[in-house]
Design a protein around this ligand. Structure first.
Ligand code: RTP
Length: 148
């Protein structure tokens, strides 16, 4: 079953949005397979965002991610990568629709509350980085009202 990596960024944690965000993924019908609150070292943040290292906002992005605790999660379900990005909304909150997390809770691209993997391959890479000891198995397939 497909998995994605979701991170609630420091602003989302400080603003008390952890429960609201988890609620949205749970209510959609996705399964939580990993969850931890953690502080991120600079080198770890740089590794997570290494594909963006040449971008002018990279330094500020790393400072933002290491500025306070983040909530790292793995969510599982059918098409969870693409659907997760829809739940999150467009990167720039000015363009994210109402009803999405960024559309409802953010105004600045540099304080956009949440990260979600952008493809199945990057999800695998990010899950391996953030959850090196693996994730938690449970009987999520026994949900006849969610899964065919
Ligand atoms: P994320 O990785 O956080 O889910 O965001 P994304 O795929 O929607 O966007 P991406 O282009 O990968 O950018 C990663 C994060 O960098 C910050 N950003 N700032 N100041 C800027 O122009 C700018 N552009 C991007 C955002 O926090 C974005 O989520």
């Amino acid at each position: 079953m497909e998995q994605t990596f979701i991170m609630i960024k420091p602003d989302g944690v400080q603003r008390g949005l952890v429960g609201e965000i988890i609620k949205r993924f749970e209510q959609k019908g996705f399964t939580l397979r990993g969850l931890k609150l953690m502080n991120v070292e600079r080198a770890f943040a740089e590794k997570h965002y290494e594909d963006l290292s040449a971008r002018p906002f990279f330094g500020g992005l790393v400072e933002y991610i290491i500025s306070g605790p983040v909530v790292a999660m793995v969510w599982e379900g059918k098409n969870v990568v693409v659907t997760g990005r829809k739940i999150i909304g467009a990167t720039n909150p000015s363009e994210s629709s109402p009803g999405t997390i960024r559309g409802d809770f953010a105004v600045e691209i540099g304080r956009n509350v949440i990260h979600g993997s952008d493809a199945v391959e990057s999800a695998k890479k990010e899950i391996a980085l953030w959850f090196p000891d693996g994730t938690v198995n449970w009987q999520s397939s026994l949900h006849p009202w969610i899964c065919e």
